[in-house]
Write a new protein. Structure first.
Length: 218
């Protein structure tokens, strides 16, 4: 064999070997159609992780219109709402999420009755679907939850969420406090809660939920 041919053969072998090794270390991303998502069970769609393993920061999750969906109730009766104010942190040495919600939210009423709820996040392709949860109140319309194209499902713990989710945070309600205008040092913020009180005859609630489970799409 000529020297040049021998070198070319070696180079070709190394290229193929390197490509095979590189591909073996890559995670295969499987994209499911909406129909396939609807056909799978909860445990086929999601895996549990520790709260510390959530990769997206809270500013990414809650900013730029990427709202969360809060859902509470049970399989026979539940309600969802859009939430964009809140965050994540530590309270009483436990991982928590918190929200600032209007006092008249029907989902908040269900949260206080059952003391459990989910905080669910979706990819952009489902935005038109989940934004419908902010168009009307479940208290006023029994059809609200029937009109969504999203697929409701129970978690193993019995909380309600949706198959189309990318991230699900299950929570146990641990604290609900009422805001006071006197506690706001910025005038625009104080005016906001006063104006909201004029609509609902009550001030906003600051809601804290202890994180009990976190699920992400497989």
């Amino acid at each position: 064999m000529k020297r040049s041919t021998f070198i070319a053969a070696i180079v070709g072998f190394l290229y193929i070997f390197t490509a095979c090794v590189g591909n073996s270390n890559q995670n295969t991303v499987v994209t499911l159609s909406k129909e396939e998502i609807k056909s799978l069970s909860f445990l086929e769609l999601f895996k549990t992780i520790d709260a510390k393993e959530i990769q997206e920061d809270v500013f990414t999750l809650l900013s730029n219109g990427d709202y969360s969906v809060l859902t509470s109730g049970n399989n026979s009766h539940y309600n969802s709402m859009i939430a964009s104010w809140g965050g994540m942190g530590i309270l009483f040495n436990k991982p928590v999420v918190f929200h600032m919600l209007r006092s008249n939210r029907y989902t908040l009423e269900l949260m206080r009755k059952g003391n459990i709820y989910t905080m669910t996040f979706f990819d952009e392709e489902f935005k038109d679907d989940y934004m419908q949860f902010g168009m009307s109140s479940g208290r006023d319309s029994g059809e609200k939850m029937k009109n969504t194209k999203l697929t409701a499902i129970e978690t193993p713990a019995g909380n309600m969420t949706y198959k189309e989710a990318k991230l699900i945070i299950e929570c146990k309600l641990i604290q609900v406090t009422t805001v006071s205008p006197d506690d706001f040092l910025v005038e625009d913020n104080k005016k906001f809660v006063i104006d909201a009180h004029a609509e609902t005859n009550d001030y906003h609630k600051t809601v804290f939920g202890e994180i009990t489970n976190v699920w992400i799409r497989k």
